[in-house]
Design a binder for this molecule. Structure first.
Ligand SMILES: C[S@@+](CC[C@H](N)C(=O)[O-])C[C@H]1O[C@@H](n2cnc3c(N)ncnc32)[C@H](O)[C@@H]1O
Length: 262
């Protein structure tokens, strides 16, 4: 499917929303920002298999539409997953997608709320996995969140975060890669790619998603990003919060997949 096709995708069926179409257009929108998005998921699942095996109990942190959960279950059918997020529209897509699959459950919670772990169905996980989400948090709440995540990962279990992480010691490299990335995004836009704002405009017009989309804008507004600290910062804070080892296991010029073992 091309980006141009995505723009024309029908997201409704006679029975309601077409969750598969919404998943696909979400993926195309995210891939406009991260053309190598699937690469990080592949390595993330490689590291799940290497460290906790092929039937893990997973927490999909800030799960959105359940992107990680979908890839996890496609590769490891014996895995189970709890997705946690605050966005009612993305959670509606996630819940619609996995309806009837008893390996999957979803929890609505704000990861800035210190009590969010109490809402989970389990108090211990083999793997806590997250992507393209924790840069929404500023450094202090993110460090607090890492402390809570450490409490949820069993000994020998893993935490992985794939996200935009900026090494401030390399400003010329950062500026050059950013300019190239944005030039490529501009070129892809000509092919019909939807950006974040356009995707949400589409969701707001969907009969099923209009109401949760209105609610998500009440919750988040036009969200502002946090500081996006360096991979070294993430590794150091994760060790301070109780993980034994932490380091990047994949990186692109802009993003890193950080793995921590409890
Ligand atoms: C760009 S989406 C990524 C979703 C998914 N992980 C993926 O890779 O497609 C960022 C997600 O983080 C969630 N998020 C951000 N801040 C949050 C918070 N404080 N509590 C819960 N979820 C949050 C948003 O609701 C959104 O679903």
């Amino acid at each position: 499917m091309t980006d141009a096709d995505t723009t024309n995708t029908t997201h409704a069926t006679t029975a309601g929303a077409d969750w598969r179409a919404w998943q696909e257009s979400w993926d195309r929108q995210q891939e406009w920002y991260m053309p190598d998005r699937e690469e990080r998921f592949r390595i993330m699942l490689d590291m799940v298999e290497a460290l906790v095996g092929t039937a893990p109990r997973v927490l999909d942190l800030a799960c959105g539409t359940g992107t990680i959960t979908a890839r996890l279950l496609a590769r490891f059918p014996d895995a189970t997953s709890t997705g946690v997020d605050l966005d009612p529209a993305l959670l509606a897509i996630a819940e619609g997608t996995f309806a009837g699959d008893d390996r999957v459950s979803f929890v609505t919670a704000d990861l800035k709320d210190p009590d969010w772990p109490a809402k989970l169905p389990h108090d211990s996980y083999d793997a806590v996995l997250t992507a393209t989400a924790l840069h929404w948090l500023h450094a202090e709440p993110l460090a607090d969140l890492y402390g809570r995540v450490a409490g949820l990962v069993r000994d020998g279990g893993v935490f992985m975060n794939a996200d935009h992480m900026i090494d401030e010691t390399t400003p010329r490299i950062n500026a050059a890669e950013r300019a190239q990335r944005h030039a490529r995004m501009d070129a892809a836009k000509g092919g019909g790619a939807l950006d974040w704002a356009e995707w949400w405009q589409l969701a707001a017009k969907d009969p099923v998603l209009a109401e949760p989309t209105a609610r998500r804008f009440e919750i988040y507004g036009e969200h502002a990003d946090g500081e996006m600290p360096s991979p070294a910062w993430h590794a150091r804070v994760l060790r301070e919060k109780g993980f034994g080892e932490a380091r990047p296991v994949w990186c692109s010029p802009s993003d890193t997949l950080l793995l921590a073992v409890k």
